[in-house]
Write a protein that binds this ligand. Structure first.
Ligand code: 3HC
Length: 306
């Protein structure tokens, strides 16, 4: 008998309804996807972070972006006002009590994410679905301190969230079918392509990107000038050069992703001290007034090997 769904695709009928979204973290990624949730699901979205200043920064980003959509006439003024009213910020986890989809994008460190989920589980409904936007950590390990790890799924967005069409839906060993199904249905409502991946370091996309960006960084570490490495792929059809992409991803996130891959596959991935130095230093690229790349800021780079 022919299968009704492609192998591995969960039954949509199992998906849980989502009437309120809770977002933990109000940084670069979290603010971008909080905006997407409110825009596409049109349900209340509440964001939280460590303190009110961070929450306010995330809210300001979301409100500015809604204003930009309105100015470009992508949405009407009525719609913009409706969206603004649906987004709130809080530092009180009790405001997550009626959220049925709770997603985090806090700092990429296992212990931090484990504690965030253990803490939020005390405040949320027993039927709420939990998601992590981790870029390369094990979703199974992130859920180790949960009482109900079967309701945790990976839901990995790409930067810029509004533009990149993909979401990796990470099916961890404990993830149950209703959770996976909810994630797939939400991804569809966000109008993204969803791929279900195994719970392996870097899943699919970052595994490949870590190779590209890690090799680019290693070439610099061993003495090839930034300019040579960065321009070597001109004409290959990539939307961004390797170091431009690294800066878009964030140097700290990039360094973390490389370290995770090196730890998991030491014979196949490099770690780069220079990338850590650059992450502390803050930048790689020198840009002109219009934001175009004019060169590289090598202030923090040391050639470490021949
Ligand atoms: N936020 C919202 N919208 C944005 C945006 C942003 N940060 N950056 C660009 N856009 C929109 C623009 O508004 C424009 O939309 P419009 O056509 O409707 O007006 C559209 O994207 C195209 O923008 P531009 O014409 O200014 O620029 P480009 O054509 O050069 O495209 C780009 C910019 C989409 C960022 C393109 O360079 C690109 O695709 N780069 C690669 C990005 C990538 O690989 N991302 C994945 C990173 S890995 C990751 O995030 C995973 C993590 O875990 C590490």
């Amino acid at each position: 008998k022919r299968a009704k769904r492609p192998a591995g695709t969960p039954d949509k009928a199992l998906a849980k309804p989502v009437t309120k979204v809770g977002v933990i973290g109000a940084g670069l990624m979290a603010s971008q996807f909080a905006l997407l949730f409110v825009r596409r699901l049109r349900v209340p979205v509440v964001i939280t972070d460590l303190d009110q200043a961070r929450v306010d920064k995330g809210l300001a980003y979301i409100r500015d972006e809604i204003g930009a959509l309105e100015a470009k006439k992508r949405i009407s003024t009525d719609e913009a006002n409706r969206l603004r009213a649906l987004v709130t910020g809080t530092t009180d986890k009790a405001d997550f009590a009626d959220a049925d989809w709770v997603i985090e994008a806090v700092f990429e460190e296992l212990a931090v994410k484990q504690d965030v989920f253990a803490e939020i589980e005390k405040h949320i409904s027993p039927t709420a679905v939990l998601a992590t936007n981790t870029s390369s950590l094990s979703v199974e390990k992130i859920g180790l301190k949960l009482e109900h790890p079967e309701r945790l799924v990976g839901f990995h967005f790409f930067n810029p969230v509004a533009v990149m069409p993909l979401i990796e839906v990470v099916n961890a060993p404990a993830t149950d079918e209703a959770t996976l199904s909810t994630a797939m249905v939400i991804a569809g409502k966000l109008r993204k392509n969803a791929v279900i991946t195994r719970d392996t370091p870097g899943f699919v996309v970052n595994r490949i990107l870590a190779k590209l960006l890690g090799e680019a960084m290693h070439a610099v570490d061993t003495g090839t000038p930034f300019e040579v490495v960065d321009h070597a792929l001109d004409g290959f059809g990539l939307p961004m050069s390797p170091f431009e992409l690294l800066e878009l991803v964030g140097l700290k996130v990039g360094a973390h992703v490389l370290d995770t891959h090196h730890a998991a596959f030491p014979d196949r991935f490099f770690e780069s001290d220079n990338l850590h130095r650059l992450a502390e230093y803050g930048t790689i690229l020198e840009r002109d007034a219009k934001g175009r790349i004019k060169g590289f800021d090598k202030g923090a780079v040391k050639i470490v090997a021949g």
